[in-house]
Write a protein that binds this ligand. Structure first.
Ligand code: FAD
Length: 273
């Protein structure tokens, strides 16, 4: 295996274009990749370490939006005041993420491109309609998180392309995040979910609920939320409306039945409050 550490996005693109067609992998914090190699996954021919790409660490905030560089650590997201105030669900997800060492090492971009159905930052990214910016030899493109993540571990990342940043509109919504794992910390989510909303006098003006670990990708419960917003559903209809959007499976952490029950209870609890 050969190791590379480009100093700029331009250098990265030149390098990855030259390596196109050969097996190469990008390395950010390595907290997903390294355990895989230790478990015996074959090493790539070329490993491209992204850590010297200083353009990928920023958090840029203007009146309309916030843009977060893909190499921003989970810890930095947890500590940022604007994220805490305006994108609370994202900050809470970062807070509940792994332990301190992994939070300092692991990156937001790595959590996205890893595309785990249980990735903890992902429900907030879906619920806040995150837009991703990618750069490759053909230039820059933008797409929604929904269009980028295609299935467990599968994304629309093209060969020689890199995820550069994640952008959210500042819309003044309230939000919250919940994670259920087999223990309080250092646990992969059995169910995780983000609620993004605005309300007036106890009535929702805007509502988006995104859940993880209950389908091959994160799902937004659009059937449920649209009928709550237009007041055509009653609490007794909610379990069936939730069922319509999820397809959990049994795995070593929990049964599908348990995931369904927990998810419905958490949503009922939130909506009733
Ligand atoms: C002990 C432990 C606890 C964990 N706990 C949690 C947890 O609580 N919640 C959770 O969601 N995850 C958890 N994880 C998983 C992991 O830490 C996260 O998914 C983390 O965000 C991955 O980021 P990274 O920078 O380490 O990614 P890496 O391992 O470096 O990369 C992951 C994937 O993304 C690709 N990639 C990375 N950056 C880019 C980029 N900018 N452009 C294109 N491709 C890129 C890599 O090629 C690779 O395929 C845990 C892992 C460990 C080992």
């Amino acid at each position: 295996m050969r190791y590379y550490s480009p100093n700029s996005i331009r250098e990265f693109i030149e390098l990855s274009s030259n390596l196109s067609g050969q097996s190469s992998t990008l390395l950010a914090g390595g907290t997903d990749l390294m355990p895989r190699y230790e478990r015996g996954q074959p090493l790539p021919d070329h490993l491209i370490d992204l850590k010297k790409l200083s353009d990928l660490y920023h958090i840029n905030i203007n009146d309309e939006s916030i843009q977060i560089g893909a190499l921003t650590s989970i810890q930095t997201i947890q500590e940022n005041q604007v994220i805490q105030d305006e994108f609370t669900a994202l900050q809470m997800a970062a807070h509940d993420f792994a332990g301190a060492q992994i939070r300092h090492r692991g990156t937001m971009g790595g959590n996205i491109v890893n595309a785990s159905p249980a990735g903890d930052l992902l429900p907030a990214l879906y619920a806040f309609d995150a837009t991703l910016t990618l750069i490759g030899p053909d230039g820059e493109r933008q797409l929604s998180i929904q269009d980028f993540i295609l299935g467990p571990g599968k994304t629309d990342l093209k060969s020689s392309e890199i995820l550069v940043s994640i952008t959210f509109k500042r819309q003044g919504f309230q939000s919250t995040f919940q994670k259920v794992g087999l223990r309080q910390s250092m646990a992969i989510s059995v169910v995780n979910l983000a609620f993004v909303f605005s309300e007036k006098g106890g009535v929702f003006q805007y509502l988006k609920i995104a859940c993880g670990a209950v389908a091959p990708t994160i799902v937004t419960l659009d059937k449920l939320t649209s009928t709550i917003l237009d007041k055509t559903s009653k609490p007794e209809d909610w379990p069936l409306l939730i069922e319509a959007d999820i397809s959990p499976i049994d795995d070593i952490r929990a049964t599908a039945k348990y995931r369904r029950t927990v998810l419905k209870n958490l949503i009922k609890d939130f909506l009733e409050k």
